[in-house]
Design a protein around this ligand. Structure first.
Ligand code: SAM
Length: 252
């Protein structure tokens, strides 16, 4: 099944350019997914191709008018998948949502600009708002590409090595363990001895312990020490004992 992604934007080139390279480009060439980019200005009829106007109630900046966006959406016909607007006020985007979206046959992504969307358009034509982080971009194109790439690389056939998405950050609720490559000693720093031991069972346990420790230290919102199983606590004790707060106080 090919995932079809429609993107509504004022800057189509931004989408075409990034979607044509690397993982996205190759997967598209192989028919794993397809991209249709729609310039919202194409539905306008005035000489300035206007898509925005001043905000009711005053204030700085311009607001995207609902009508050109609605007409652009209408022109796509009936939607088979979610219609998603990229907004800083949306639900924070997570890997779990990327996995769900990768099961859809069709996605519609709508990129904002200026001060954002007229609320009536969001209320009546959009199923979901997604934010890619607690910061403000100038437009929704980069945010749409973040969502797009996170979803497409999960599609069967998108990546060369099918295992590559199975052991990475967030796949099991943890951040990933650290990676090392050749040389074995780089500028005086050695690869952890266990990785060159050839003992795959120990390596797997060490990696899980590192993933647990990194997640506990950096993202206590994802994992708390007191929620760990006895087995994971033992792994930490054996392989990554620097976690120094058995009570979990440090994580509060
Ligand atoms: N006035 C808006 C606010 O304060 O929330 C910011 C609008 S922003 C300058 C313009 C557009 O960029 C938004 O409509 C949205 O499409 C996109 N955008 C900016 N930051 C984003 C984020 N963190 N996640 C998703 N989209 C974002």
């Amino acid at each position: 099944m090919t995932l079809v992604v429609d993107v509504l934007t004022l800057f189509p080139d931004a989408l075409h350019s990034y979607a044509g390279i690397s993982v996205l480009g190759r997967a598209r060439d192989r028919g794993v997914w397809d991209l249709r980019v729609h310039d919202v200005r194409d539905v306008t009829t005035d000489v300035h191709r206007s898509v925005d106007d001043t905000p009711y109630g005053g204030g700085a900046g311009m607001v995207l008018s609902p009508e050109p966006l609605a007409q652009s959406l209408d022109a796509l016909g009936e939607r088979r998948g979610p219609v998603i607007a990229l907004t800083p006020a949306g639900t924070p985007f997570r890997q779990a949502r990327a996995r769900e979206l990768a099961r859809e046959s069709e996605l519609t992504l709508i990129c904002g600009r200026y001060e954002g969307f007229d609320q009536r358009f969001l209320d009546t034509r959009v199923d979901e708002e997604i934010s890619v982080g607690d910061f403000v971009l100038a437009g929704g194109e980069l945010a749409a590409l973040c969502v797009l790439e996170a979803v497409v690389r999960l599609l069967p056939g998108a990546l060369g090595n099918a295992e590559s998405v199975e052991e990475e950050s967030f796949s099991d609720g943890l951040l990933e363990y650290p990676h090392y490559t050749k040389p074995a000693v780089w500028r005086g720093r050695e690869v952890p001895e266990i990785l060159t031991s050839g003992d795959h069972g120990r390596i797997a346990r060490w990696r899980r312990a590192q993933a647990l420790r990194t997640t506990l230290e950096r993202r206590p919102d994802l994992l708390r020490l007191e929620s760990l199983s006895a087995e994971d606590r033992a792994l930490l004790e054996a392989f990554a004992p620097v976690v120094d707060s058995p009570s979990g106080d440090r994580l509060d």
